[in-house]
Structure formats: C-alpha cells, structure tokens
Design a protein around this ligand. Structure first.
Ligand code: PHE
Length: 453
C-alpha cells in the first residue's frame, strides 16, 4: 500500500517535517489556555495526575496507533479506514470512524477559532500598553468588556478563520510548520521567563502546591472524564489529524520514538503554563476556577508589572496565535483532504466550504459569552456544550475505536511490520496498552460518568 492516489501534498521530506507538523498540531491553545483553566476548575493536583497518567497510558499508545493507521493507508481518515478495513477483512462500518473525526475537527475548529481570536485581539491590547501597571480589577474589566462585545469577537474570529483557510488553501502549511522550529523554543523561553516572574509574586509555592499536591477526595467522575478528554485534545488524538499527518510520513521512520518526543514537548508546555499562571492567580486573590478567561485575566498582570513586560506581552500573544494556527490547520485538514480526494473539489473550494461551516458554527460560541449567555443546554452554554461534546465525548470515542481497531482488528503482522520496532518488548508493551489498557480505561471512565460504576 504505497501508491499515493491523489495525495494532497505528497510525503513529508523528513522525520523532522512530521515532528514539526505534529508538534505544531499538538501544542496550541489546549496547552496554554485550556489546561490551566480546566485544572483550576477541577481542583488542581489530583486532576493533573490523572491527566498525566492518561497521556502516558492512553495518549501515547493511541498516538502511535493513529500515526500507524495513517501511514499504512496513505489516505484521508475516511478512506484510510475503508482501505484498512478491507485489508483486515473486517466490517465496512469502520469507515464511520473517519466521519466522526472529520466532524469533530470542524466542531472543535468552530470554538478554537473564537478563542484564537481573543488571543489575536490581545496582541493589539498588549501593544497599546493597556496592561501597563494595571491591577487585577482593571485587567478583569478589559477582558469582560471585550467578551461582552459580539462585534469584536466576530471580527477576530473571522480574521483567524480566514487566516486558517488561506494557509490551508494555498498548501503553505510547510512554511508555517517550519515556523514551529522557532516558535517552540521561543514559546519555551517566554514560558520560563513567566515562571521566573511567578517566583517573585510571593505565591509561587502556593501555586505549585495547587498544581502538584493531589487531593483525591476532590476528584469527581466528571473531572476524570475531563482529564482524559484533555489528554486526547492536547495531543490532537481521536479525530484523524494525526492520521492525516501520518499518511504523509515516509516508511522508514520510527513512529514510536516520534510519538514520545511529541507528547513530551506537549506536556512540558502545558505544565510550564500552569506553573506560570497559578502563582499569579493566588497572589492577586483571583479564583483558580474562573473559567476560559483565566490566562487573559492573569498573564496581562505579569506583563503589566514586570520589566520588559510590554515586549514580552506582544511576543507571547503573537506566539500563541501562531501555535493556534498550526493546530487549526490540522483541525480542518481531515475535512479538506476528504473533500479534495473524494468530491473533486479543488483545495481552495474545499477550504472555503469547511472554513465557512466552522465559522458559522463558531457564532454560537461567540454569542454564548454575551447575548446568549443565558441559553443553556443540559446546564451548559453553547461553548461549554461544544467543548464537552468534542473533547469529552467524540475524541475519547474516536480514540477508543482507533485502539480497538489497531489492537484487535488489524492483523498483528501488519501492525508489527508498520511499527517496525527494533525490540520485541517495545512492540509487546504497545500491543498490551492498545488492546487492553487504553480501551478499557476509556470504557470505565464512561461507565463511571453515566453512574454505572
Ligand atoms: N491539540 C490542539 C491543542 O492543544 C488542539 C487540537 C485538537 C488540534 C484536536 C487538532 C486536533 O491546542
């Protein structure tokens, strides 16, 4: 299975290109915006430990499996599943897994773009010096005024979506992915400087304790589901993004090694973000559980009160937007690849249709922060519902199916050949994790949440 039918943009030139693209997809708003606020909402330490276990025992094995399915089939997720099902002589219905991924990608993109729009707007706010010497109340006011304005949110949401569509339409991901080479180290340095600032707030230890000292008594079933869902979200798993990227991966490259590298970098960025943010939260008597605005209510305080904060603030939000772009292009890619390879649309047309669909859906998220803030479904705002539906349900379900497919349906000789691990023990460990540990973990968490366990 090495022929490349109507491949979207051929094969990656090297292992590095794949690592950059996949890391670019993984590291994004999930690490810097979402991880801190959901950690805050779910009580800290115990939540973080569950999340780390999920990355290690569920995330990494599934990342290996998803990359492998992509590379073996060399197709978009829907066709990949059709082809692999045929190869394994299995039931046709497996291709619905590809569909689940395409839809999950567009649903995530719809709200991802809104939040990335916030980050874009904050570049301007940082530039205009509005954070200078500001206290927590002022910073809070800036944020609340901003999200109260549908027009502003729509403007920035549209701009970000347009950028995503343009990049993907022109097939210039390559250039953007090379930016990861500067972006990641740059983001790392900025995060470390922010951690250094956090050390001066007087609440550094309190922040660390909140993040790393577990109180398992506080851990609810829903928190466990959120931690598990976030492991999928932050590693871009369960929806085909990594499968698409894997389909462009040359045959000789070790999938397992690259998966560890990507997951390691992703986790490091998230933990640094947490270590930088919580001391600022406690030093300013803010509330850790204050929700999706958390980074916008804390980090500007650091930028406004540290030397060199003006420049750092601008750089930080610029890098955050770039990190979001390298993720958003992977969210739209499964849909685009499928439209191009199956519906005979040009790449441009495919981008316009997928982008427009996600943009229109995103309006629901925009309004959920202002004019529709009272509209609730199952006690959740539209934004919360989208997030719950995708990160907590669709991605884990997609990941579960990928694990079952790779562990039970695909022939052992095929997965062994594709992974081509130098030592047998490594393959054996993966096989156990993917066949037993990962699927049963997802299954039990679901049972627990619906109250059966
Ligand atoms: N992993 C990205 C982040 O952490 C989000 C994402 C999810 C991207 C799923 C692609 C697929 O921001």
């Amino acid at each position: 299975m090495t022929d490349t039918k109507k491949s979207v943009h051929g094969a990656w030139s090297s292992r590095l290109a794949f690592i950059l693209a996949a890391t670019g997809s993984a590291v994004g708003l999930g690490n810097i915006w979402k991880f801190p606020y959901i950690t805050g909402e779910n009580g800290g330490g115990a939540f973080v430990i569950v999340y780390l276990f999920c990355v290690l025992l569920i995330g990494i094995p599934i990342m290996i499996a998803e990359t492998m399915l992509g590379r073996r089939s060399q197709r978009n997720p829907i066709e990949a599943m059709e082809l692999l099902t045929e190869e394994a002589g299995a039931d046709k219905n497996w291709h619905y897994l590809g569909w689940l991924g395409v839809i999950a990608g567009l649903l995530i993109l719809s709200y991802y773009s809104v939040i990335a729009g916030w980050a874009s707007a904050y570049i301007i706010k940082a530039f205009s010096g509005g954070f200078f010497g500001a206290d927590a109340i002022t910073i809070n006011g800036i944020f609340n005024n901003f999200i109260a304005s549908p027009a502003q949110l729509i403007f920035w949401h549209s701009l970000f979506m347009l950028a995503t569509m343009l990049i993907v339409a022109r097939g210039v991901q390559n250039g953007l992915e090379k930016a990861v080479l500067f972006l990641m180290p740059g983001l790392f340095v900025l995060m470390i400087l922010l951690v250094a600032y956090a050390m001066t707030t007087g609440s550094y230890n309190q922040g660390l304790r909140f993040l790393f000292v577990p109180d398992f008594g506080k851990l609810t079933g829903d928190a466990v589901l959120t931690a598990m869902g976030h492991a999928f979200f932050t590693l871009s798993l369960g929806m085909g993004a990594i499968m698409v990227y894997g389909s462009y991966l040359p045959k000789k490259i070790s999938i397992a090694k690259t998966a560890f590298l990507i997951a390691g970098a992703d986790t490091a960025v998230a933990l640094l973000a947490g270590i930088a943010i919580f001391p600022i939260v406690f030093a300013n008597n803010l509330h850790p559980g204050s929700g999706p605005g958390l980074i916008f209510q804390t980090l500007p305080l650091a930028f406004g009160n540290m030397t060199g904060g003006w420049l750092m603030g601008i750089l930080f939000f610029v890098m955050l937007v770039f990190a979001a772009l390298t993720s958003s292009i992977s969210l739209i890619e499964p849909a685009v690849a499928w439209l191009v390879e199956n519906k005979d649309l040009s790449r441009e047309q495919a981008c316009v249709w997928s982008g427009l669909a996600a943009w229109a859906l995103g309006l629901g998220t925009v309004f959920s922060f202002n004019v529709w803030s009272d509209v609730k479904f199952f006690d959740r705002s539209i934004f919360q519902l989208m997030d719950y539906l995708t990160a907590n349900l669709m991605l884990p379900i997609g990941g579960f199916c990928i694990a079952v497919f790779a562990g039970w349906i695909m022939k052992r000789q095929h997965s062994e050949q594709e992974l081509n691990m130098p030592n047998k023990a490594g393959y054996q460990a993966w096989k156990i994790l993917i066949s037993y540990v990962a699927p049963s973990a997802v299954f039990f968490v679901f049972l627990h949440v619906i109250g059966v366990l």
